[in-house]
Design a binder for this molecule. Structure first.
Ligand code: GLC
Length: 481
């Protein structure tokens, strides 16, 4: 099958979050399936363009029309990818050249990604790659199914389009005038992306694509409710007939405690007791905590954003530290109020709390390996990947039972049996504290039970093989319809 995957970020080239990780592993997993031909399209951000590790050749170029604009687009094929995925970057210095630090957050983001979406379709025609299916992701490529239907139908008469929602919070809103000024779509498509007079690109994608997926089964059901859907619940409910959840995997080749080059000691599911103890001691030294093998080390690796459940942790932190014997380590950057909270907490409890307000993938790996307990109380979580990373490295998750957290962390009982971690149902600090206490009790009172749970976490199959198979099933379903 010929598959085109379109996204605004993809590791290792460029990544701001989980979407980037998925765009590294999913295309590779699909390319491993015999008979598949996989192209991945990404913007040619200057950080990629200037990185000598990513040599490219220009295989095509053309102009893209956006309303009254004509913009150059180059198709730059990466020449050194070896796993079968063909990576094409869309080049345009005005949209993806030097613009300060982050990849998103410019005032003309709507126009930038409208350009990218249209340029990808144009590029496929120019390089004569006519895919059976296009899989596109989040608001940045949400215009693809609409452009495909409205303007590219004659060039791609048999191509079907899947739209995947990784996070419904960011929908691609624009003024009503954006429709004529930038999109230049026929007027009959105005309605499908209209929300109260404004343009909503995600809504357009949901309405015009052939299938919608989300990144976990529970999240696909949660999206029917206003609490989770950020205004799109009615639209999602109307599209329920074509909506499916596929829970993400993680890249198990990179995330392997047996070979991870970031770790001071290596281990697997059989040898983890000694290996993790060595990693824990080294981690405590690295982050400035006392080296205490029998004090449970609780950690969080996260963007410091509200929906990650930091309000709950702030609410219970002092009670937890006064009443329980434990250490707490936070790694991440984000909203100032949380950065300051954890800095202050570390100053107040220097022997118990360490706050690393930075972004550091190597340290993240050493934390997954050296910790005992991984906290993920997210208010909502479409899938979440780090709870799976943590489990693979033998660190027991304590999570809010929502979205992908609910699907990947079935709850265990107080003896650590019957599940993979500790969960709480209703989003409040006391329930979170209750789940944490059950976990800490198991650690203190029944270490064998805790170890058995760690072992079970480590032997789970979080690879992309199964989810990639489910994507294939849905691709076939679209084609047979
Ligand atoms: C988004 C979601 C996260 C998910 C990731 C990859 O970042 O917030 O839950 O794991 O996408 O699908």
């Amino acid at each position: 099958m010929k598959i085109a995957i379109l996204a605004s970020e993809g590791a290792p080239y460029v990544k701001s979050g989980g979407l980037g990780d998925v765009m590294e592993a999913l295309p590779a997993a699909l390319a491993r399936i015999p008979g598949n031909e996989v192209y991945l399209f990404l913007p040619y951000y200057h950080k990629i363009k200037e990185n000598p590790a990513y040599p490219t050749e220009r295989i095509s170029f053309f102009d893209v029309r956006l309303g009254w604009r004509e913009q150059y687009a180059g198709v730059m094929r990466l020449t050194n990818r070896t796993d079968g995925v063909r990576v094409c970057f869309i080049d345009n210095d005005y949209y993806f050249g030097h613009r300060g630090g982050a990849i998103y957050g410019d005032l003309d983001d709507g126009e930038r990604y409208a350009f990218f979406s249209k340029a990808c379709l144009e590029a496929m025609d120019h390089i004569a790659f006519y895919p059976d299916v296009i899989q596109c992701n989040d608001w940045q490529t949400a215009l693809v199914p609409t452009y495909l239907k409205a303007q590219y139908g004659s060039r791609f008469p048999f191509t079907k389009c899947m739209y995947t929602i990784h996070n419904i919070e960011y929908q691609g809103w624009a003024n009503g005038s954006f429709f004529d000024d930038v999109l230049g779509l026929p007027w009959e498509y105005r309605g499908c992306m209209d929300m109260n007079g404004s343009v909503n690109m995600m809504k357009g994608a949901i309405e015009t694509c052939d299938l919608v997926t989300t990144v976990s089964e529970t999240y696909s059901r949660e999206l029917m409710y206003p609490y989770y859907a950020h205004g799109l619940d009615g639209i999602i409910a109307g599209a329920a007939w074509k909506l499916t959840g596929i829970t993400n995997g993680i890249d198990v080749n990179t995330f392997t405690p047996e070979t991870d080059p970031n770790l001071p000691a290596h281990f697997n599911a059989d040898t983890f007791s000694a290996g993790k103890a060595a990693c824990k001691a080294a981690l405590q030294r690295e982050v400035g905590l006392p080296e205490r093998p029998d004090v449970p080390l609780m950690v969080m690796v996260t963007r410091l954003a509200g929906h990650k459940g930091l309000d709950l942790l702030c609410y219970i932190a002092r009670r937890l530290l006064w009443e329980e014997e434990c250490q707490l380590l936070i790694l991440g950057t984000g909203e100032k109020q949380y950065e300051n909270f954890f800095r202050d907490l570390a100053a107040e409890f220097p022997d118990r709390v360490s706050a690393k307000i930075t972004f550091n993938l190597g340290l993240a790996a050493r934390i997954y390996a050296g910790a005992d307990i991984y906290l993920m109380p997210s208010k909502s979580e479409p899938c979440g990947l780090s709870q799976m990373n943590a489990m693979r490295y033998g660190t027991v998750p304590v999570v809010h039972a929502t979205g992908g957290l609910k699907d990947t962390v079935p709850p265990c009982d107080e003896n650590g049996e019957g599940g993979l971690g500790f969960t709480f149902q209703s989003y409040n600090g006391d329930d979170f504290l209750g789940a944490l206490r059950r976990c800490l009790n198991l650690y203190h009172r029944n270490r064998d039970g805790f170890r058995a749970l760690q072992h079970r976490d480590m032997i789970q199959d979080f690879s992309w093989d199964k989810p990639a198979g489910r994507y294939m099933e849905l691709f076939h379903r679209m084609l047979n319809r």
